[in-house]
Ligand binder design. Structure first.
Ligand code: C2E
Ligand code: MG
Ligand code: MG
Length: 692
């Protein structure tokens, strides 16, 4: 809102306006006074004044001059001054006016007696005229107007009356009457003037107020407008923010959806082959189940893939898997789906098959695709596959059962190497499933401390002295009880767990053998698998076991089956040659059961031949001849001979006669717990001493 109107001092404002009016018309009064006083004196003196007339006029002229100067000063310096003292101004003006009135009053008093009646009449007219003008000009200050009119009219009137005579009495009375009339009209003029001032002031005030109101309205309007603009701006800003935020949120949602899609794609994709993984396979089968039409599940496992990985490295293994995945993808019938189950295992969901035969045919053709040669960096890799088949609904009505049935069928096919494609058979399932299950438990067996090593003595045929203890691993499954090594060692060889298992047995055997008592404690014979040698870590493992246990090198023997040598002679032989070079002795286990070749036997880097127990069992004429032949062959090649599986005294005696230097079997001792070995050794030393 605007500034409040100043109504506090209206008298001061009225006084200011009154002062302005007085001073404004003052100049006219001065001019009239100068002219009329000059003319009066000229007339009274009858020409240019002299003497007292001149003095009067000089006084009058001087007063008027001072007044004129004062008025000039007022107009230039006071009228527009910011802080005016209007009471003082009016006092000064009144003083000047009073002085001039007194000079006028002095004229009749001084000169009426000596001037002519005509001059007196002229004087009366001039004074009446001057008084009449003053009634209006001095109206703003009533007292001043009254004083001025009084001074101009009353002394002259009195002088007229004092001179006497009818020609003077009438003007005297007229003068007094004139005074009364002018006094009354001065009073009316004063109130009119004050009213006019008041009105003009009110008008001005009104105008100011109006202007203020207008300004207030304008400013309120502009405030309103700027408020409106600010509101519009804020609104627009808010809308923009909402738009931006919405856009950002939408982008975030889209981004998140993309991310989730990518995540779920990655989560259901096998990165190596680009095929679906287990979870996507289960979704596929669940989808097929919901449709209700018959379909097949093919479980494909690559044969000897471990070997590719171990021998040629993981990079080559990955290439093989990728190539096989590509081949299978193009070979599967339209509508069917392929996924990677894990490792070297693939699963096909075979849609639209109408019979077991068609499933078997498709599986056979897929196997053929897998068994095509693969070129890896210029080298040809031969790989084969084994395929198990389960059918919906005959072999299961859930994805889990169907996959497990196909897996069991595959496992059964693996065990009978000549059947590489096999349909699930419920009768076989239990038997196969157990082996399969055990295979899966094996990797945890070492960590769970389910494995132990037992020791079976090998004694000299001459004096029954124990020369070595064969380390034989034992596995007691928490649910299935003891599992024979003939069952789980092949499983471990297939799964690759044999590496960890073999390393553990080696460490354990060396560690315990190093503790055995006596001046000449026996050696320890540890069985090793071909897979351990092919993996390339055997020498390193042996050195570690010897180093950590402190067992002298000559007290470590390694046993390897004949078939393992024959399988990959070129790669196995150098490893044993190296080990022999380190002072470790090598035995050829189960001799006579494998593909024996004299040509190989001659080149083998071995120290001992272990004749398999099948040749010891009966000791019939033919077997005796075979043993004799083996002994003479070994003699010729410089190898020692151990016969295993000696259970009877007759067998022992026959073997001695045949020249077999060392024997092992239940006749001497069953495999002993590690803790029982020192006791047995003590006892044996005692027995030997007694015998001597
Ligand atoms: P192997 O090396 O020929 O071991 C001899 C097997 O014959 C052992 O069976 C032993 O208990 C058994 N045996 C010993 N004396 C007699 C006897 O008088 N009569 C009969 N009937 N059998 C006798 P086990 O312990 O069941 O081992 C079977 C095979 O498992 C072993 O044959 C060996 O090839 C393998 N094996 C055992 N432990 C290990 C191991 O730590 N690593 C590897 N790679 N293979 C092992
Ligand atoms: Mg053995
Ligand atoms: Mg053996």
């Amino acid at each position: 809102m605007g500034k409040p109107v100043d109504r506090a001092r209206p008298e001061a404002l009225i006084a200011r306006d009154a002062s302005n009016l007085l001073h404004k018309y003052g100049t006219g009064g001065v001019i009239v006074s100068v002219a009329s006083s000059a003319m009066l004196v000229y007339h009274a003196a009858g020409g240019l004044p002299s003497g007292s007339f001149l003095v009067w006029w000089v006084v009058m002229a001087s007063a008027l001059l001072v007044r004129a100067a004062y008025l000039v000063y007022w107009h230039s310096a006071v009228a527009n001054a910011p802080n005016r003292d209007t009471a003082r101004e009016i006092r000064h003006f009144s003083a000047g006016t009073g002085a001039i009135a007194l000079i006028w009053a002095a004229f009749p008093v001084l000169f009426f007696s000596e001037i002519t009646p005509a001059t007196r009449s002229i004087t009366a007219v001039i004074l009446a005229g001057m008084a009449g003008g003053a009634a209006t000009l001095l109206a703003p200050v009533r007292s001043l107007a009254l004083v001025y009119i009084g001074l101009l009219l009353l002394p002259g009137s009195i002088c007229f009356l004092l001179i006497g005579g009818s020609e003077n009495t009438v003007p005297g009375l007229l003068g007094i009457l004139c005074f009364l009339v002018l006094a009354a009209s001065a009073r009316i003029a004063n109130s009119a003037a004050i009213q006019a001032i008041q009105l003009s002031h009110d008008k001005q005030q009104l105008l100011i107020e109006k202007e203020l109101e207008r300004k207030q309205i304008v400013s309120a309007n502009s405030e309103l407008r700027s408020l409106q603009i600010a509101l519009e701006d804020a609104n627009e800003g808010l809308e923009r923010k909402v738009r931006d935020r919405t856009e950002k949120l939408l982008n975030e949602i889209r981004e998140r959806e993309r991310y989730e899609q990518e995540l779920s794609r990655l989560a259901s994709t096998d990165p190596l082959t680009g095929l679906g993984n287990r979870s996507s396979l289960i979704r596929l089968i669940t989808g097929a189940l919901s449709e209700g039409s018959p379909f097949g599940v093919l479980f494909i496992d690559l044969d000897d893939f471990k070997e590719v990985n171990d021998v040629r490295g993981h990079h080559a293994g990955d290439r093989v898997l990728a190539i096989v995945a590509e081949r299978l993808t193009t070979a599967i019938p339209t509508g069917s789906e392929l996924a990677r189950w894990g490792g070297d295992e693939f699963v096909v969901v075979l849609r639209g098959i109408d019979s077991e035969e068609s499933a078997l045919n498709i599986a056979s053709s897929l196997r053929q695709e897998v068994s095509q040669p693969i070129d890896i960096g210029g080298e040809t890799v031969w790989i084969d596959g084994t395929i198990g088949i389960s059918l919906f609904p005959d072999h299961g009505t859930t994805s889990d059962k169907l996959i497990r049935a196909a897996d069991v069928a595959m496992y059964a096919a693996k065990q009978q190497r000549h059947h590489r494609v096999r349909l699930f058979d419920p009768l076989l399932a239990e038997h196969v499933a157990k082996g399969h299950f055990l295979g899966q438990c094996l990797s945890a067996a070492i960590a769970n401390e389910e494995l132990t090593v037992v020791y079976q003595p090998i004694v000299s045929s001459n004096n029954s002295r124990c020369v070595s203890m064969e380390a034989l691993v034992r596995w007691r499954h928490p649910d299935h009880g003891p599992v024979p090594p003939n069952e789980f060692i092949p499983l471990a060889e297939r799964s690759g767990d044999i590496l960890a298992l073999g390393r553990w047995v080696l460490m354990e055997a060396c560690r315990q053998a190093a503790q055995w008592p006596g001046p000449e404690p026996p050696s320890v014979s540890v069985n090793v698998s071909a897979a351990q040698i092919l993996a390339g870590y055997l020498v390193q493992d042996v050195l570690e076991a010897i180093g950590e246990s402190g067992l002298p090198r000559h007290r470590l023997h390694l046993e390897l089956t004949e078939s393992a040598f024959a399988g990959d002679f070129d790669r196995v032989a150098p490893v044993f040659a190296e080990l022999r070079g380190l002072g470790i002795r090598i035995s050829l286990d189960d001799f006579g059961t494998g593909f024996s070749s004299l040509a190989y036997l001659q080149q083998l880097p071995i120290d001992t031949i272990k004749i398999d127990k099948i040749f010891v069992g009966g000791m019939a004429r033919e077997t005796k001849s075979i043993v004799r032949a083996i002994v003479s062959l070994a003699d010729a090649l410089g190898y020692e001979v151990i016969a295993e599986g000696v259970e009877l005294e007759s067998q022992r005696a026959a073997l001695v006669t045949l020249g077999v230097g060392f024997q092992q079997g239940y006749l001497y001792a069953r495999p002993l717990l590690a803790a029982a070995v020192p006791v047995w050794l003590h006892q044996q030393t005692g027995d030997l001493q007694t015998a001597r």
